[in-house]
Design a protein around this ligand. Structure first.
Ligand SMILES: [Zn+2]
Length: 287
């Protein structure tokens, strides 16, 4: 059999994202239709995972994003090696995403309201929380406190970053401690849990908000269902750990489809007194 160069050439000409198969309804979608719908399937409403870049574009008012500490990168304190050394994994993630770490934060506006905004990038090592993610969440909280601004954080995470051992677990206490200080200073915090929000991120800042929002069908939990079933020796109810299940049990406050997120945040932020000044001045009350 001879080769078929014309066929290979023809295949190459079709961009990979022209047609997309929906993982929800299995139908084939026109890529542009999906883009026009904020990466939500127009047929079944399935929310496709999105990058932090798209999350910022979909949530904030155009040209209002001002990122802080984008150059902060992790250190391999433990000399951790699993299938490859931790520094190699970090550089792979960096070249894949164009980011130095999984967390991004900064200033922005939603429907005209100035906020401190932060978002986890799931493509960077599963949005896992190590020292840098914890530090950036803490800095976002402190920036909101010092500026007297509301804080909005978007979670998408597999949990704590095992490559940093106990240092990663420490970030749970650190971020929650910062949030406690923010609350005492009169701060207001909205958390958005997207698919998936799990492990140490769920067990710390993502669920420690004044208002907890979630995207439809997002998986939100600490340990996975198989681990829990194995521990309690019971079958879990259908829909366990979905946003809908948690809303029904009163564990989250609202489910917001992605297309309505900006308008919903704008409405919620509009209820706050403006400007919302902190009770404490910058630096006061900290050890
Ligand atoms: Zn679909």
């Amino acid at each position: 059999m001879g080769s078929l160069p014309w066929l290979r050439h023809k295949k190459k000409d079709i961009p990979g994202d022209l047609w997309v198969r929906c993982t929800g309804c299995k139908q084939t979608l026109f890529g542009k239709d999906l883009d026009d719908q904020f990466k939500v399937c127009p047929k079944c409403g399935h929310h496709f995972p999105i990058s932090s870049h798209l999350r910022i574009a979909y949530t904030l008012d155009p040209a209002t994003w001002h990122e802080y500490d984008a150059g902060m990168g992790a250190v391999d304190s433990l000399g951790f090696i699993d299938n490859k050394p931790y520094p190699d994994k970090l550089s792979d993630a960096a070249s894949r995403t164009g980011l130095r770490e999984a967390m991004r934060y900064g200033l922005g506006r939603v429907e005209g309201h100035e906020i401190v905004f932060g978002v986890l990038e799931f493509r960077f090592m599963g949005g896992s929380m190590g020292v840098v993610v914890g530090e950036k969440v803490t800095r976002a909280v402190e920036l909101a406190r010092d500026r007297g601004l509301p804080l909005v954080l978007v979670a998408a995470s597999g949990g704590a970053r095992m490559h940093e051992g106990i240092l990663s677990l420490m970030q749970m206490a650190k971020t929650c401690s910062a949030l406690a200080g923010f609350r005492e200073a009169g701060g207001f915090f909205i958390s958005l849990c997207t698919h998936p929000t799990t492990g140490g991120v769920t067990a710390s800042w993502a669920m420690a908000a004044d208002l907890i929002l979630a995207e439809p069908e997002a998986l939100i939990g600490f340990a996975g269902p198989r681990v829990i079933e194995g521990t309690i020796k019971k079958k879990l109810p259908p829909g366990f750990q979905t946003a809908e299940f948690l809303l029904d049990k009163g564990q989250i406050d609202m489910i917001v489809p992605r297309q309505e997120l900006r308008a919903t945040l704008g409405k919620l932020l509009g209820y706050l007194p403006d400007p919302r000044k902190p009770v404490l001045a910058s630096g006061e009350g900290t050890a």
